[in-house]
Design a protein around this ligand. Structure first.
Ligand SMILES: Nc1ncnc2c1ncn2[C@@H]1O[C@H](COP(=O)(O)OP(=O)(O)OP(=O)(O)O)[C@@H](O)[C@H]1O
Length: 756
């Protein structure tokens, strides 16, 4: 291990990232996918912290940098940061007070102004606002918890009967749909002649246009041999008696041919151009929807990152236009030239005509060589292009990280390197290409016809059969689901990381309308459970049932419309707030939009903006704070009135007060089913902040892909050695809190505060 690796490892150990990294298949060299998609939220944060520690800056800014960490990880990271940053400045921004509690100075910021400053203890003594915040985040179940006493759930009781587990263990016939090997089908289709496929989705009228264009191209083709013939005829005519007249006639004939070529070339390019453009657009559209049809795992493969995908959708498809618009017309032109030249040469000198035909195969071979060289040449250019596009898009998306690490030069160097190899290769290729061009110039056009064989990647993507078919079965004319969920013996690993088992024999039953929460250390598999429910991935073993029916039997699009998901980093689109809230729910009324915004505690903020709901939020919602984005995403999901609501750290960027009102609004959400009967939404919440989930009906504690504890908050904290009670103690800073509460209550009694 060299010194640099050692430094990296040291930083990772400090950021509590080393243990999980060393368990990855390729250790520190493991690819994490675009924007770290192959890592959990907490793992991403720990790597980012390691990166910051490695930079060793005099000033460190941490903006909600540990919000996705479980309390234990957060504590380790904070201790490490305390050590690493001794004598230097650290500015922490956090909603979770346990994150800032040890800061030398805490500044309370309200409406862009620092309203109070002090240490945690000073502020507890002096600030009503801080006290309120603290009180809201504490985990005392006495006042807030639902009445769980009526049905206390003992720890470690999964709601699933042994019979059902046995049933679930029985080997199932693999889904007939899954039996087909998509790869095989792909290969079969790949064999179908690409030449016939470039005329993508064209109709009869387009073929009429091609016929007209071909006729014009044939006329253009005739002009060249006729021109050759006339030149020879004029040469002969000079020696005739009526030379002047003959030459005049040929001159007029030349002019006519000139005008005819002008006309035929225009018509030829017009029609072929139009058809080429249409075929390209059709192919692009089909390819785009083909791409969107694929399952999530497909997008995580390196060859399907943004760069290669853009290149396939833009470059490969534009090849279709080039072939139809430029090459095909020229090919027709050449064929007509060859035919006419043959006829003319046969008439003038049949022996010469036969010789010309005899050498024709050499020209074809030249054309083939040229096509092969064209393939190598353009292939490298495309690869270089896609790598650069990926780099540009990733750095533009993460521009804040790039800028804060002053990484611009590094990125430019990377861009240069990504272009260097292909450039060297291209130089060699271009010399080769030039030589081959020279040799086979005469059949340049035909070479491009052969180049059709190079178009495969676009069609491969188009033909790929998605492993999770979104529209089968077609029948989606079902009632709304009620929302009961059952996981039966689920075993799961991510397709790109088969060595790591993420969920192991995971079984759980959730009744419709219940509020269930997942907690546990970072990387335990909580988000993966949600991903499986939405069928972003299918499990390797086991079944998932919704309303007692396996989720594979539902039309996926229909099913996903019944499920709402709010994630920690919600993606907003560069349009108005209203459009963002309505995203995915057509025809929502103004009243409904305002109603869900109120439920998400964002209506007041929106109404105070100059353009209200019409305010444009900027690319990815960059003109909003993290908490505002989260609340808009919650409103967007609420508008769907989902039967199942999945909240994955959905309120982590909210301050305690906002979170409290959002969580209680979410708890009260009802959905109206088809029969007009009100029934409750099933809610699954993933959160590290225990105050978010304390009132859930059932709390599931996960570790290493397994359920280790299950029960209500009150039941779980009684198991003093349990994972949950440890988390609880860590987060509530229980000892200090109890003391503080007592002190606070005494002060209330003494009339210090009216309503803390
Ligand atoms: N797309 C992916 N490809 C490969 N591995 C993945 C992918 N997504 C997550 N993982 C891995 O699966 C494991 C479980 O991740 P998951 O996101 O479910 O954890 P989590 O409990 O939600 O963690 P956190 O609390 O940090 O969000 C982690 O080890 C993670 O690295």
């Amino acid at each position: 291990m060299d010194a640099e690796d050692e430094e990296i490892q040291k930083a990772a150990v400090m950021a509590n990232a080393h243990s999980f990294i060393s368990q990855l298949p390729d250790d520190y060299s493991t690819e994490v996918g675009q924007r770290g998609v192959q890592l959990s939220g907490g793992q991403k944060q720990r790597i980012a912290i390691a990166r910051a520690i490695l930079k060793n800056p005099p000033i460190l800014l941490l903006d909600e940098a540990t919000s996705a960490l479980d309390s234990e990880s957060e504590k380790v990271v904070q201790d490490a940061l305390d050590k690493a940053m001794q004598g230097r400045t650290v500015i922490l921004i956090a909603h979770r007070l346990s994150t800032v509690i040890n800061a030398d100075m805490i500044a309370v910021v309200e409406n862009g102004q620092v309203t109070e400053t002090g240490t945690h203890r000073n502020l507890l003594d002096s600030s009503k606002f801080y006290n309120n915040l603290f009180a809201m985040q504490n985990l005392n179940p006495v006042h807030e918890s639902r009445d769980t006493s009526s049905s206390p759930e003992p720890a470690n009781t999964q709601q699933i009967s042994p019979k059902e587990i046995e049933q679930a263990k029985e080997p199932r016939e693999p889904d007939s749909q899954l039996k087909e090997s998509p790869k095989h089908e792909e290969q079969e289709r790949g064999k179908s002649a690409i030449f016939f496929r470039i005329w993508f989705d064209l109709n009869k009228r387009d073929f009429g246009r091609i016929a007209l264009g071909s006729f014009a191209a044939a006329c253009s083709g005739i002009s060249k041999p006729i021109f050759g013939y006339c030149i020879i005829a004029i040469g002969v005519a000079y020696y005739e008696n009526n030379a002047k007249r003959e030459v005049e006639n040929y001159s007029i004939f030349f002019s006519i041919i000139g005008f005819l070529s002008l006309f035929s070339h225009t018509v030829q390019h017009y029609f072929f151009g139009m058809v080429g453009e249409k075929a390209m657009t059709n192919l692009r559209r089909a390819l785009y929807s083909g791409v969107l049809r694929n399952e999530i795992a497909w997008f995580e493969k390196p060859e399907n990152n943004i760069g290669p995908l853009t290149s396939r959708i833009i470059n490969d498809t534009s090849m279709v236009k080039t072939i139809i618009a430029d090459r095909m017309s020229v090919i027709v032109q050449c064929i007509s030239s060859i035919l006419i030249a043959t006829i003319v040469s046969m008439v003038v000198n049949w022996r010469m005509g036969l010789v010309a035909w005899a050498v024709m195969p050499c020209h074809f071979i030249g054309g083939l060589i040229q096509a092969k060289s064209a393939k190598g040449f353009s292939g490298d250019a495309a690869a270089a292009h896609s790598e650069l596009v990926a780099l540009a898009s990733e750095s533009a998306t993460n521009i804040r990280t790039v800028a804060s690490f002053c990484h611009e030069d590094h990125i430019l160097r990377k861009a240069k390197i990504s272009l260097e190899n292909p450039r060297r290769k291209c130089r060699r290729e271009s010399i080769k290409y030039g030589i081959i061009q020279g040799v086979s110039l005469c059949l340049w056009n035909i070479a491009h016809a052969v180049a059709l064989c190079v178009l495969t990647p676009a069609f491969q993507t188009l033909d790929r059969k998605t492993e999770i078919e979104p529209a089968i079965p077609e029948d989606s004319n079902l009632d709304r689901i009620k929302g009961s969920i059952e996981f039966q013996n689920i075993k799961f690993n991510y397709p790109l990381r088969p060595e790591v088992t993420v969920l192991n024999n995971f079984s759980l039953q959730i009744e419709a309308g219940r509020k269930v929460a997942f907690v546990g250390p970072s990387g335990a598999g909580k988000s993966s459970v949600l991903a499986l429910l939405l069928r972003f991935y299918d499990p390797m073993e086991g079944r998932i049932l919704i309303d007692r029916k396996e989720i594979r039997e539902y039309n996926l699009r229909w099913l996903r419309r019944q499920i709402g998901l709010v994630q920690q980093e919600p993606l907003l689109f560069s349009s108005s707030i209203k459009a963002n809230i309505c995203y995915g729910t057509d025809g929502a009324s103004e009243t409904e939009i305002v109603e869900v915004s109120r439920e998400a505690n964002i209506d007041e903020f929106i109404s105070n903006l100059p353009d209200g709901y019409e305010t444009v939020v900027g690319e990815k919602g960059c003109q909003l704070s993290g908490g505002q984005k989260q609340r808009i995403a919650i409103a967007r999901t609420l508008l769907k009135r989902p039967a199942i609501l999945l909240l994955d750290e959905a309120t982590s960027a909210l301050d305690a007060e906002s979170e409290k009102s959002v969580v209680s609004a979410l708890a009260a959400i009802n959905l109206r089913n088809n029969g007009g009967i009100l029934s409750k939404t099933t809610q699954i919440t993933v959160a590290h902040r225990l105050s978010t989930i304390i009132n859930s009906d059932t709390i599931i504690v996960m570790d290493k892909g397994e359920i280790v504890e299950i029960g209500s908050h009150s039941a779980l904290i009684t198991a003093s050695e349990g994972v949950y009670s440890r988390l609880y103690q860590l987060q509530s800073l229980a000892g200090e809190y109890i003391l503080h509460t007592v002190a606070l209550e005494m002060r209330i009694q003494q009339g210090h505060f009216k309503n803390p």
